[in-house]
Design a protein around this ligand. Structure first.
Ligand SMILES: [Fe+2]
Length: 452
């Protein structure tokens, strides 16, 4: 088969676009396919996952340069609230000032370099535990201990170093490169996609953190394709469009990509063995909807949509009547380079972040947010962050409901990927053309950043 045809090959099952177009409330045009159909390069070097030198280069070209999510804004609602965001060697204090403004500072004392803050909390002053220098929450120097002993040192030398900060959708982003362009440009139009799904009108119903024994990219890559459902999540096949999912990359956009996984339809892997009744029974057993006979003309998709519309309306007083069926029940997932994944619509109200744990390319920190909508009244307070130990599971977090066991299946697989990559003797891995297009896209952007 000529290479060009092979690249354009698609799963022979029903396309996501056809499924969405046949809904009672069809999906809006912006959920149609991206305008990039193929990305060159099937083979990638294993060193990206295992090599300390590759990691060092990544720190200086990616983690130093890219906008990245530091926290949710609701984590630090009051003056003096702060949280520390660590990424490899770099560290930022994200703190709300007395004026209510969010700011970020390099987490390092300008005197002798001491790390200033850990974790999160509330403090009227940022204070160095070594020599007692202190700053107000807005960064103003309040105490230069023994100022008489600094001779003609310029007081400005003791200002905290600002880190660029901006907010989108309730996510606080930072950038350690003082010359970086604005977040708005970096997001490449992502906020336009979320106009109908405002992420600032979500609250943190769960925030779960786990250290994983794998490179951060393995986690991101595992979540941006559903090729792996047949191997890792086969119980989903009766009600999940896996290999006929839609993968979207857009010309001129190197930071964002998307996939849409249709729910309530059987996997093409199951061929003609499935009936709507079997799909419904499996979806009901999983917890997506109620079981019971389908009425005339009713589809499993409609059954799930009806349940979710009622759930969001009754439990959260959120009116989703203007949204299409796909926006209610499907997985509509966006990635933002390098390490952030956020789900549009309401079918999977999640966000993920994966980052290096210190400077070991074999370890990473993976986080899951469950972000539920709320009505026009009271914003529910965020749930406290839960850090899972090595023998604890996402399934132990009841708020994650049926997402917990699925995420465990993924999280348990990732160290096996890392182990296998370290055992690899060819030095390369090979990606599929369409279903792993977002991974190709990510590596192309990564190599552009790493080229400096
Ligand atoms: Fe998975």
């Amino acid at each position: 088969m000529p290479d060009d045809n092979r690249r354009r090959a698609r799963c022979p099952g029903p396309s996501t676009a056809d499924i969405l177009a046949s809904d009672v409330h069809p999906a809006p045009a912006f959920m149609g396919e991206g305008d990039v159909s193929a990305i060159d390069g099937a083979e990638f070097g294993v060193e990206a996952y295992t090599d300390p030198a590759f990691h060092r280069r990544e720190v200086e070209t990616v983690w130093l340069r890219c906008w990245q999510v530091a926290c949710r804004e609701e984590e630090i609602p009051n003056p003096g609230d702060f949280t520390v965001y660590d990424i490899a060697d770099y560290s930022a204090i994200v703190i709300r000032g007395r004026d209510g403004t969010l700011r970020a500072f390099v987490n390092s004392c300008p005197h002798r370099g001491t790390r200033l803050c850990d974790g999160n909390g509330n403090t009227p002053r940022i204070r160095c535990a070594f020599h007692g220098l202190s700053w107000a929450a807005d960064g103003e120097l309040k105490q230069l201990t023994c100022d008489w002993d600094f001779g003609d040192a310029v007081p400005g030398a003791f200002a905290l170093t600002p880190v660029l900060l901006d907010v989108w959708g309730g996510f606080v982003f930072v950038n350690f490169d003082s010359k970086a362009g604005p977040l708005e440009d970096y997001l490449e139009g992502l906020p336009d996609h979320f106009t109908r799904w405002p992420m600032e009108k979500r609250f943190t119903a769960a925030h779960v953190v786990k250290q994983l024994d794998c490179n951060w990219k393995i986690t991101v890559e595992a979540f941006v394709e559903t090729f792996h459902v047949i191997g890792l999540h086969p119980e989903s096949l009766p009600f999940f469009g896996d290999v006929n999912s839609q993968y979207d990359v857009w010309s001129g956009k190197r930071h964002i990509s998307r996939m849409i996984n249709p729910s309530g339809v059987p996997s093409p892997h199951l061929g003609n063995k499935m009936t709507p009744e079997r799909t419904l029974a499996a979806a009901a057993k999983f917890g997506l909807c109620a079981d019971g006979p389908l009425s005339a003309g009713e589809t499993p998709r409609q059954r799930i949509v009806a349940r979710l519309r009622a759930l969001y309306g009754d439990n959260f007083e959120v009116d989703l009547s203007h949204l299409s069926d796909s926006e209610i029940l499907d997985v509509i997932q966006y990635s933002l380079f390098p390490n952030f994944i956020v789900f549009g619509g309401f079918g999977s109200p999640l966000a993920y972040r994966s980052r290096p744990d210190g400077n070991d390319p074999n370890k990473s920190i993976f986080e899951v947010w469950l972000l539920l909508p709320f009505g026009d009244g009271f914003r529910p307070p965020p749930e406290a962050t839960r850090v899972l130990g090595p023998n604890e599971h996402f399934a132990d977090v009841k708020e994650l409901s049926y997402y917990g066991p699925i995420i465990d299946q993924d999280a348990d697989m990732m160290p096996r990927v890392q182990q296998g990559l370290r055992a690899n003797r060819t030095g390369k891995i090979t990606l599929s053309a369409y279903q792993e297009m977002r991974i190709r896209h990510m590596h192309r952007t990564l190599s552009e950043y790493m080229a400096g």
